[in-house]
Design a protein around this ligand. Sequence first.
Ligand code: IFM
Length: 476
Amino acid sequence: MRKHKRKQFFPYSLPYPGNLSFPDKFIWGVSTSDRQITENIDRGLSIWDAFAMISGKIEGGYDPRITCEHMRYYKEDVALMKQLGAGAYRLSIAWPRWQSEGLGQPNQSGIDFYDRLIDQLCRLGIDPWITLFHWDLPLELECLGGWQNRDTAKRFADYVFSVVSKLGDRVKHWMTLNEPNIFAFQGYLSGEFAPGKHGAWLAAFRAVHHLLLAHGMGMQVIRQASSDAKVGIVVKMLPVETLSYSPLAHASAHLWRMLGTSWFLDPLLRGSYPLPVRGIYDAMSAINRLGRHSPVVRAGDMEIICPKKRMDFLGIDYYFRQVINFLGQWRMHVPGSQHTAMGWEICAAALARGLIRLKEEYGELLPIVYITENGMASDDVLVNGQVNDQQRIDYLIDHLIAVLQAIAAGVDVGGYFVWSLIRNWEWPKGLLKDFGIVYVDFKSPERTRTPKSSFYVYQDVIRGNGLIYVPLSMCR
Ligand code: IFM
């Protein structure tokens, strides 16, 4: 038992995978989100449009309306996916494009764009995987309280019904929410994301419960509307690792793990919040009752969030681990480690360890996992028509090895999606950080696209369903 705990807490090495092939039918894809790559045409405003207007919120002042113009060039982008050999494309529907104000009649011209895009994907044999909420809440709904208002969950379910009724004939994989854990932390505690609240713990607690409720209600609606649909949610995996033992480090790691992961996965997979979190919701409910208000967590909510027929899959986005030092502090920089242009530590092994830990922790409750995002930002330049992004190649290969290690250890991983196909508007970093495996020339009016070296390496991976055809010269 003690040994088991040590294994969970400290970074340990896993054997190099003997087999460099992925399982048959492994899904290879690329990911994007609407707000990050499309123009502001045919859509209402979202909380991010309002947030970006506040001076100093977006580094470099980058306007979210300036993007790679995927709406205009979607055919070219789908052709690139085809060239890559991707079997799936994870995209998001922008709620304010579907319903300009987050409720009522859908916006026909917005819907038409998704119709055209999905038809084009299907024509080229690429399976659309749709995220229904990738952080861009309609501004009107924020004015009504946003995710702090329980009604938003119901409105989300109505919106989901409208989307599934229209696209459900062609779309079979649905993700209700993207990274509610990051949205809640950055949006309500650090204030770095829209809606930009600082240290608003009670608001965060309310928002998290309503987000999870929205997931459950959305899942119900999808299942009722489309019997063969697969539904999941996407959570950012934040493996917490301590580098040395101290009671402080131990306690801090527990706390971070609970706040970053169990607060979300326990209700989704077990149907209950972790004990301390439940205590806070209970205390909030008691105070609400005194003021004759309804409790945040109501009878029947947990059955909606975690119904008997659990979600079909769990999407995992992975970028970095949380390292806790001797004093119990969270450190982004571990001496000697490499970092991406975002300043995030590169640690592929923590992806494998994190997946194994999830399996150990949730056992049979853990459904099939898809890595719905993984990738890195780098400062890429176009030289003689080529972009040599060697660091991203190393990154992708190391993380794919980590996925193989997790599979070898018994984790059911069904697919991998690179973030991102193309340069995206990176939230508070604007256009300063480039995650794409396709370079976009923002100086050219046509937003010329050039596949980077990593694109071709990923193409080899997909072609070989593993790392077998990756030219050694491309790897470290
Ligand atoms: O760009 C984001 C994406 O929208 C959500 N996951 C993390 C990515 C990189 O920060």
